[in-house]
Design a protein around this ligand. Structure first.
Ligand code: 5GP
Length: 116
């Protein structure tokens, strides 16, 4: 599968497009979703150029899930959420719209109104 280096998450990773960054390490970056499904919706992206989870190296996949877990814990605590949904779509037919592998973290806050 050919990777498009001009996709929006690649631009965010290179600092060419803005994002509200909440966590970064050598292999991953986490930032706020621009159209959140709920307050606190964060995206975690591996820095490796991979379109889907299936294209990602196992090393980057491990790093991405560790970051996803860390950020999910932090978001859950910060928003006093009762639960957190983690989602990953690999392929347009599964609902993927940005062709760079990413994980969604969507907290569930009791009584909160969903923004979409
Ligand atoms: P997908 O459907 O590919 O799993 O999710 C892509 C996500 O990326 C969507 O939730 C969408 O709101 C988010 N998104 C799309 N463009 C941008 C952008 O330019 N900046 C940020 N922060 N999020 C984006």
């Amino acid at each position: 599968m050919s990777y498009d280096p001009n996709n929006i998450f690649a631009k965010i990773l290179r600092g060419e497009a803005p994002a509200i960054r909440v966590y970064e390490d050598a292999q991953t970056l986490a930032f706020m979703d621009i159209m959140p499904e709920a307050e606190g919706h964060v995206l975690v992206v591996p820095k490796e150029a991979a379109e889907t989870l299936l294209d990602l190296s196992e090393d980057s996949a491990r790093a991405a899930i560790v970051t996803t877990r860390r950020v999910a814990i932090a978001v859950k605590q910060a928003l006093e959420a009762s639960a957190v949904r983690v989602a990953q779509f690999s392929g347009a037919d599964a609902g993927q719209t940005v062709p760079h592998c990413h994980f969604h973290i969507v907290p569930h806050v009791p009584g909160a109104v969903r923004s979409s």
